[in-house]
Design a protein around this ligand. Structure first.
Ligand code: ZN
Length: 202
């Protein structure tokens, strides 16, 4: 299974990191070893002093596909979830400045939180409301209607480069409000009011 992540998919998040608005989706990957095992805490890795949470809507691929037409993209997923793309922001900044790949900052062990999934039929995908709550305070308040590229567009786009396989997960990008985690923080993710994950930072 592979994890395909989309960067810079919400205008306000692009602004908060002072990034350029991309002409095409920004795509990067995480290996399966990045998945944080269920019920495990997230342990801050020794190579970063600035680990950020990024809450994101997840799409689980349920059919193999390549060069998927946008109008058929909805046939390639049944379930929607919520997760965190943990990012070593200090390391990412250094890599970006040098024009180097982001893997060390984005794809390290435990950097992919994958919460529960629900059938997409239970939601209006064009206006999914989701939140990240840190220590009881809402820090990210997302709405999929603000995505620059919608789920079906992302599937069509990434499948030009990568064959999508059953069980692959697409992280669809984070809204504004990203920030640092510290030991003893708790992070709760909700999608349309449903608890999707609840993790502790160590
Ligand atoms: Zn992200």
């Amino acid at each position: 299974m592979k994890i395909i992540c989309i960067g810079r998919n919400y205008a306000k998040h692009i602004e908060e990191l002072a990034n350029e608005r991309p002409a095409e989706p920004v795509v990067f990957m995480k290996p399966d070893s990045a998945v944080l095992l269920k019920k495990n805490p997230f342990i801050i890795p020794p190579f970063s002093q600035d680990i950020h949470y990024e809450v994101e809507v997840l799409v689980k691929i349920n059919k193999i596909g390549k060069f998927i037409d946008q109008k058929f993209a909805h046939k390639y997923y049944e379930e929607i979830g919520l997760g965190i793309d943990f990012t070593a922001r200090d390391l990412q900044q250094t890599l970006k400045e040098k024009g180097l790949p982001w893997e060390k900052a984005k794809a390290f062990d435990g950097s992919a939180v994958i919460g529960k999934y629900y059938n997409k039929k239970e939601f209006d995908l064009s206006a999914l409301k989701f939140q990240l709550i840190k220590n009881g305070t809402v820090v990210q308040d997302g709405d999929s209607s603000h995505m620059l590229w919608k789920i079906d567009e992302l599937i069509a786009y990434v499948s030009q480069f990568f064959t999508l396989k059953i069980g692959d997960v697409i992280f669809t990008g984070t809204p504004a409000g990203v920030g640092r985690v510290a030991a003893n923080d708790t992070l709760l993710g909700t999608l349309e009011g449903r608890e999707m994950f609840h993790i502790k930072i160590k």
